[in-house]
Unconditional design. Structure first.
Length: 207
């Protein structure tokens, strides 16, 4: 269901999660929320080398991953350090916990709010999307993005408001934005991510 354009640096981890109930009816277990601490014990730990590799990945198409455009995983470190990383829903919480600890940015979309086909590739120079309920937009030119039939909808910096999860979400797609030189760490991260969701009662399937 997902195609990936050729890219010399990208190593993508992708899987679909099916939840046993709507997200609004599910609690996030402590096995996930304890990982919101910036120094929590985790099987994959972020490194400065990985942070640099992720930035190089996003920079390859001409995007500048700095300032407000830096990878989402870096925002999570700042939020956790300041004690501002709180729970949203089971799907988002698991995504944030794994991204924070591993250093890999992760996109999460509600599959039922996307329109196939789905493709990962570099966004057009004039592409943009709204990323929050306030209507703020992010310019996407040169940035690797998940696209559906209606345009870009997720990337390693921000995810589109139109495909974000809601209390009614039952099925999601996770994209772990990895680098070819970090392939082993990416595999370990994806396996751990899926195991966390399984413990919480969700079923995952590789895309």
């Amino acid at each position: 269901m997902l195609t990936v354009d050729p890219h010399p640096l990208l190593q993508l981890g992708a899987f679909v999660t099916e939840f046993p109930a709507a997200l609004g009816d599910l609690a996030t277990p402590a096995s996930i929320t304890t990982l919101f601490a910036v120094d929590a014990a985790a099987p994959v730990q972020r490194t400065e080398a990985r942070r640099a590799s992720v930035r190089d990945l996003l920079r390859h198409g001409g995007y500048k991953p700095t300032g407000r455009g830096k990878p989402a995983s870096e925002y999570l470190v700042r939020a956790a350090t300041n004690g501002k990383l709180g729970t949203i829903n089971l799907a988002v919480d698991a995504c944030n916990a794994v991204s924070l600890q591993s250093g890999f940015p992760i996109s999460l979309v509600d599959l039922d709010r996307t329109t196939p086909p789905l493709r990962v590739g570099i966004a057009a120079a004039d592409a943009c999307f709204v990323f929050n309920a306030s209507g703020q937009e992010i310019a996407l030119g040169g940035l690797l993005c998940l696209h559906d039939a209606d345009g870009p909808c997720a990337n390693a910096v921000k995810d589109s408001q139109r495909t974000k999860t809601s209390p009614e979400t039952r099925r999601t797609l996770s994209l772990v934005w990895g680098c070819a030189e970090e392939a082993d760490a990416l595999d370990d991260t994806v396996a751990w991510y899926r195991a966390l969701l399984a413990v919480a009662g969700a079923a995952t399937v590789s895309d």
